[in-house]
Design a protein around this ligand. Structure first.
Ligand code: MSP
Length: 510
């Protein structure tokens, strides 16, 4: 089995922003952690290319939807390459392999009697591409601003029997206490399940929306974009794939270890439609996914939007401060599940303080001093020094807490624990003043012990930070000449180990 990690697939109706980047970095960090310390991992991400939003955005530019979606997809691909997003599978919903599998799913649900055709007249939210019922009205009886423009019309469509699975879903979410992480989101979902009333329209008549996957048994209709998009998780994992499709072996990947999504798409899409779709398709309860729901990045306290012009561009920030700085800030300053405010000043501060000053300095002075006093050659020392033992003990405790935090997807907590070790090691340098020890031949073994302890601490730290700042981690390991020593346990550096030349890893940002 491989540990499958997925993200939401991004709409190709506009440029990627910091929210998209955060989610992909978070999933990449979890995937890198898993690959390095746990075992085989498969990271699936991609783009959501169909639907009304994309069709409308294309029309505005005077382009065919395919050309428009293709251009936008390329922007996402370029950004992910730049930000070091190491994915294994790319889910683009216009991929013919996906389309065929979606059609197979529709056909099979039709055969099972899970779909029916019906005329509907009522309200429709253009923005959410969704029909509305009285349940969606707010306290004053109106459809709130979240629905955007609401129109009234009559239309025949294919419906998926959602409501009949309501009791199953309720029981499932009650029993599977870790279906949704963090826990408070599960309460929100349980409340939403109680409100399920009608079925889900899963088609759109072609005369209104042509940009989608055609119904296999009724060619006047295309598939509703959410139904198409949610299926990406199984189709690109190899579900119902054709011979020679070059997709993974489904039985090796499913169920996913974790599906990373933002809070806005838990209810109803991922918390209600998705498990019910899988259930109706015949997936057993133990084949259901687990959802990790993150919060939103806001621009200095307010919602990002094109109209206010406060959309934060990750591409620009990566150019300005470097990829590692951006990845580190986004992981360090958001508590999983909560919202966070983006401040460029804070990114700069985090970079200059945590990375350049604390970690960068520790690495640099450790390697420089070893070079200056011992030509870079480490020696184990027989001298018993309680301060050094304390650092080793702290390293072991940090490693334990780091794994525990990652097990709970608390990346910020893993970093917090890691920086305890950075701070203590810097403190040790001040306390022991190696520049003084170096002047006294009687202290020679003490100096050896100190230099070894610092180098081994730096090696452990390079591994601990590797999922978040992979480029910096490689540079540190390279300077230690320890690229092949990737065991996250104290003591891999051997007596006589030769360190390389120091060079600054995080130049200060002004
Ligand atoms: N296409 C759908 C998802 C289909 S998944 C089967 C979609 N796309 S999106 O482009 O609007 O959003 C993609 C992801 O980015 C979602 O998980 C969403 O929550 C996340 N974010 C969008 N804006 C965000 C922030 N401002 N902050 C953090 N993440 C946010 O929804």
């Amino acid at each position: 089995m491989k540990y499958l990690i997925t993200t939401a697939i991004d709409y190709t109706n506009g440029d990627p922003h910091i929210g998209h980047a955060y989610e992909k970095i978070l999933a990449d960090v979890l995937a890198r952690y898993n690959r390095t310390f746990r075992g085989p991992t498969f990271f699936l991400t991609g783009v959501d290319q169909h639907g009304q939003k994309v069709q409308q955005a294309a029309e505005k530019e005077g382009l065919q939807p395919m050309e428009f979606a293709g251009r936008l997809s390329q922007k996402f691909l370029n950004l992910w390459r730049k930000l070091g997003i190491q994915y294994d599978g790319w889910a683009a919903t216009t991929d013919p392999r996906h389309k065929r599998a979606v059609q197979k799913v529709l056909q099979s649900l039709h055969d099972k009697g899970e779909l029916y055709k019906q005329k509907y007249s009522g309200y429709y939210s253009v923005r959410q591409e969704q029909f509305l019922t009285d349940k969606e009205r707010d306290a004053s009886g109106e459809f709130g601003p979240e629905w955007g423009e609401v129109i009234f019309f009559e239309e025949e469509n294919w419906y998926f029997k959602l409501a009949k699975h309501k009791d199953w879903l309720k029981r499932f979410v009650e029993n599977r206490t870790d279906f949704v992480v963090p826990a408070f989101r599960r309460t929100e979902l349980l409340n939403a399940i109680d409100r399920i009333s009608g079925d889900l329209s899963v088609s759109r008549p072609k005369e209104r929306l042509s940009w989608g996957i055609e119904f296999p048994f009724d060619p006047d209709f295309v598939t509703y974009v959410w139904f198409d998009a949610l299926l990406n998780y199984v189709t690109f994992s190899g579900y119902l794939s054709d011979e020679g499709s070059n997709l993974p072996d489904f039985s090796e990947l499913w169920p996913p270890g974790v599906q990373v999504i933002g809070k806005d798409i838990l209810v109803p899409a991922h918390g209600i439609y998705w498990p019910i779709m899988l259930h109706a398709m015949g997936f057993a309860d133990d084949q259901m996914p687990r959802l990790l729901v993150h919060g939103w990045w806001n621009a200095a306290g307010s919602k990002m939007s094109k109209s206010t012009g406060n959309v934060i561009d990750p591409d620009l920030l990566a150019d300005r401060y470097g990829v590692d700085a951006l990845r580190y800030y986004l992981m360090r300053d958001m508590v999983i599940g909560q919202d966070a405010d983006f401040y460029e000043d804070r990114l700069r501060l985090r970079y200059n303080t945590d990375l350049a000053n604390d970690l960068g300095n520790l690495v640099n002075r450790t390697i420089s001093m070893s070079q200056r006093y011992r030509s870079g050659k480490l020696s184990l020392s027989a001298v018993n020094d309680a301060d050094l033992t304390a650092i080793r003990d702290l390293a072991n405790s940090v490693i334990d807490r780091y794994h525990k935090s990652f097990g709970e997807f608390q990346v910020h907590a893993a970093l917090e624990a890691t920086w305890e070790l950075v701070t203590r090691a810097n403190g040790l340098v001040e306390q022991k003043a190696p520049w003084k020890l170096a002047k006294d031949p009687a202290q020679s073994e003490r100096l050896d012990g100190l230099l070894y302890t610092l180098a081994e601490t730096v090696r452990v730290l390079a591994l601990l930070v590797s999922p978040v700042v992979p480029a910096a981690s490689e540079k540190i390991l390279d300077q230690l000449q320890a690229s092949d020593l990737r065991r996250l346990e104290w003591g891999a550096l051997q007596d006589g180990h030769q360190l390389g030349a120091p060079s600054p890893i995080f130049p200060r940002a002004e």
